[in-house]
Design a protein around this ligand. Structure first.
Ligand code: PLP
Length: 367
């Protein structure tokens, strides 16, 4: 008898568990009969304002070219990013979401004899992408639910090729100052790629901002990963980018799929990058919503982790039970038992009325 086809996949592939996304609105509607329009989704850190009208118009116009392959070199988009950040186009890697940028980094730098370092309670894609390359995960215990950079530095061994840092972190929302990250970069071995994942950087207040893209010339082993899927509102179109030393970007562009960003996503991204007002509106809505949710948590006597992203993680006791009750009430949040935090739920900041719906449902769930 021959072995089954599935058993012939490499052991590291068979050991993977798929990424658990937020439950789609349509799925909860199917399961409960609650109309889609009455469901509130605060589960995937999406932009509750939608996308910039300018980005939308550019996306619709780009549909006209839908029968043609997109520009695989993303000339217009890389030009826009290069101008915005004062970098050379050769330093840019475009991704189908920044998830793709993370994947491409592991493809370019990890092999089965290598390892990647990342923090406990950090983004689920780091172990997934590492294991998919057959490489070894070195998970470093968190400190106060965030990165312990000293411990991460000590955890680097001769096999380590990548260190992942999410700042702010997902799912806990913790933040490392620019000074802490800069000090880490100065100490990390220069042959280890530091992937600084800044998916939520646009939500930082002005006093917390730091310019990691400006550090790339000083640290040729730094890859800064950003996305237009969160603050810019293009989650469904998928568009992210990486900024690195030209040699790093070149290696990544060799393994990247040639047409990984669609013509619609590229066009929307160019327009979105020009609409700074929209991003500021999103950040302002986020500040207010964060205050609204945390005030309610305080009133309910719930512990939460102070968050610097567009979501907040709150301790509710039995996360699975509370999640079930919220779903029955038409509210989707993100249980994070899979991250080893079964007592917690991660809640994205929504519009004021969406936040209010969640708070009312949470009250009932906890009763
Ligand atoms: C959401 C998220 C991403 C990736 O999002 P994309 O939609 O692929 O751009 C990357 N890193 C972190 C930490 C995230 O939370």
């Amino acid at each position: 008898m021959n072995a089954s086809i599935a058993s012939r996949a490499p052991a590291h592939i068979r050991s993977l568990s798929p990424y658990q996304p937020g439950k789609p609105v349509s799925e909860l509607a199917r399961e409960t009969g609650i109309p889609e329009t009455e469901i509130v989704k605060l589960a995937s850190n999406e932009n509750p304002l939608g996308m910039s009208p300018k980005a939308r118009a550019a996306a619709v116009a780009a549909l006209e070219e839908g029968a043609r392959y997109p520009d695989g070199n993303a000339f217009a988009l890389r030009g826009a990013l290069a101008r915005k950040y004062g970098v050379d186009m050769s330093q840019l890697v475009i991704g189908n979401g920044s998830n793709d940028v993370l994947e491409i980094a592991t493809q370019a730098f990890l092999s089965p004899d290598a390892s990647a370092v990342f923090a406990q309670y950090s983004f689920a894609v780091y172990p997934l992408a590492t294991i998919a390359r057959g490489a070894r995960c070195i998970q470093v215990p968190a400190r106060n639910y965030g990165h312990d950079l000293d411990a991460m530095l000590s955890a680097i061994d001769p096999t380590t090729r990548i260190v992942f840092i999410a700042n702010p972190n997902n799912p806990t929302g913790t933040f490392l100052s620019g000074n802490e990250i800069e000090a880490f970069l100065a100490r990390v071995p220069q042959d280890v790629l530091v992937v600084l994942d800044e998916a939520y950087t646009e939500f930082l207040s002005a006093d917390l901002r730091y310019d990691a893209i400006g550090w790339v010339t000083r640290f040729p082993n730094l890859l800064v990963s950003r996305t237009l899927c969160k603050a810019y509102g293009l989650a469904g179109l998928r568009l992210g980018y990486g900024v690195a030393h030209p040699e790093v970007a070149d290696l990544m562009n060799r393994v990247r799929q040639p047409f990984n960003a669609s013509c619609v996503a590229q066009a929307a991204a160019v327009a979105a990058l020009e609409d700074q007002d929209f991003v500021e509106k999103a950040a302002e809505n986020n500040r207010r919503g964060m205050a609204q949710l945390t005030a309610a948590f305080a009133e309910l006597g719930l512990e939460w982790i102070p968050s610097f992203g567009n979501f907040v993680t709150v301790r509710v006791g039995d996360g699975a039970r509370v999640d079930k009750s919220l779903l029955a009430q038409g509210v989707i949040v993100r249980p994070i038992g899979g991250y080893g935090m079964p007592e917690w739920l991660r809640v994205s900041i929504g519009l004021p009325e969406e936040n209010a719906r969640f708070i009312a449902a949470l009250r009932r769930a906890l009763d």
